[in-house]
Design a protein around this ligand. Structure first.
Ligand code: FAD
Length: 324
């Protein structure tokens, strides 16, 4: 049997999540280096639509359909993978470093005794060994991790670490019988949708986001003014919500909202990956930060290094002047 690189497709409520396409794109590069193929693993029920969306990003799609897989359940996924992986012996299996993936990967690795490297922002082959890049100190330092030699590796991949490439493959679709028995200890109950507040930041064309750099709640007025002048909405990073300065529905990031506006201005936000994953697809990103090494500048199309308390009033005044 030809060995491959596996990618576990993550989907929720009928939508494939971006991380799956990011992993498939990265897997393709890793597979080309080894001259092997990429195989997507798709588990669920009523999968025709999702299979169609996956085929152009992989050489093969292995499908397991079962009513018990309608919603993600780490116990079910682990049972299927613990059966499939030793059988197919892929060089590497990529899983999203998401709420799903962190629930599944460590337990699966322990069961199979496979080396696991988590939260990777890059991966490459060093001869037969897998080498990973992981970030430390809030993204300021990259650590190179060389894994011990093994026949099959597991890695969880950080969201938004890789761009999505072109889907121009044509996968063979292979359906495998589900051998799942009754689930022993976990049951999906329901999705709890976050309440939509008075402003839906996901629908706005212009989002002005503020972070801990704003220092005090009363200073928010400064950024609110800029948002009004630009006809945009005010959003924020998590510490601003944690401090109770803005409601939860304004939070951008992995545990908040994902926004894709035409313009995103990040003010006094460092650019932690949990924040980036919620705004990386904005058309134009502008960052204002006094620290020239803040990770947000790696994502921004334009950056202003400076004190927000000096920059924002000038910016607001200039925009108002142009609009007059
Ligand atoms: P900081 O990291 O403290 O950065 C403040 C920035 O302001 C610094 O870069 C500083 O240089 C700059 N600054 C300070 N003063 C000024 C000034 N006068 N002028 C200009 N710049 C200034 N975070 C999110 O945002 N969204 C999420 O959904 C999210 N989910 C998370 C989920 C989990 C499970 C965990 C563990 C964390 C999550 N976080 C999330 C938190 C995340 O890790 C960061 O802690 C957070 O994003 C940092 O917010 P910040 O950039 O506002 O603050």
């Amino acid at each position: 049997m030809n060995r491959e690189i596996f990618v576990l497709i993550e989907h929720r409520q009928g939508e494939i999540r971006d991380i799956s396409f990011e992993m498939l794109t990265k897997a393709r590069g890793l597979a080309q280096e080894k001259q092997v193929k990429v195989c997507a693993l798709l588990f669920g029920t009523n999968l025709e639509n999702l299979i169609e969306k996956t085929t152009s990003f992989a050489d093969k799609v292995l499908v397991v359909e079962d009513k018990k897989l309608e919603n993600f359940n780490a116990e079910c996924y682990q049972r299927i993978l613990a059966n499939l992986l030793p059988q197919y012996n892929p060089f590497l299996t990529l899983i999203g470093h998401t709420a799903f993936g962190v629930d599944l990967a460590p337990s699966l690795a322990a069961q199979l005794n496979f080396p696991l490297v988590t939260d990777c922002v890059d991966l490459k082959w060093e001869d037969e060994r897998l080498e990973a890049i992981r970030q430390m100190y809030g993204g300021k330092v990259n650590a190179r991790i060389s894994l011990m030699e093994a026949s099959s590796y597991l890695a969880t991949i950080r969201q938004a670490a890789f761009p999505v490439g072109e889907g121009n493959l044509k996968a063979e679709v292979v359906k495998i019988e589900s051998l799942l028995e009754e689930i022993a200890y976990r049951k999906f109950i329901e999705y709890l949708e976050a309440a939509v507040g008075e402003v839906d930041i996901t629908k706005a064309n212009t989002v002005i986001a503020v972070g801990r750099g704003i220092k005090e709640q009363k200073n928010l007025a400064l950024v609110e003014d800029l948002a009004k002048t630009l006809g945009g909405v005010l959003a924020c990073s998590r510490p601003v919500v944690d401090a109770g300065w803005l409601p939860k529905d304004r939070q951008v990031g992995s545990s908040g909202k994902t926004v894709k506006p035409k313009l995103y201005i990040a003010i006094g936000i460092s650019g932690a990956f949990q924040h980036i994953s919620g705004m990386k697809n904005a058309e134009t990103i502008i960052a204002i930060n006094k620290d020239p090494n803040a990770p947000i500048f790696a994502e921004a199309h334009y950056g202003i290094v400076g004190d927000l308390f000096k920059v924002v009033p000038v910016l607001k005044e200039k925009i108002a002047e142009i609009k007059r």
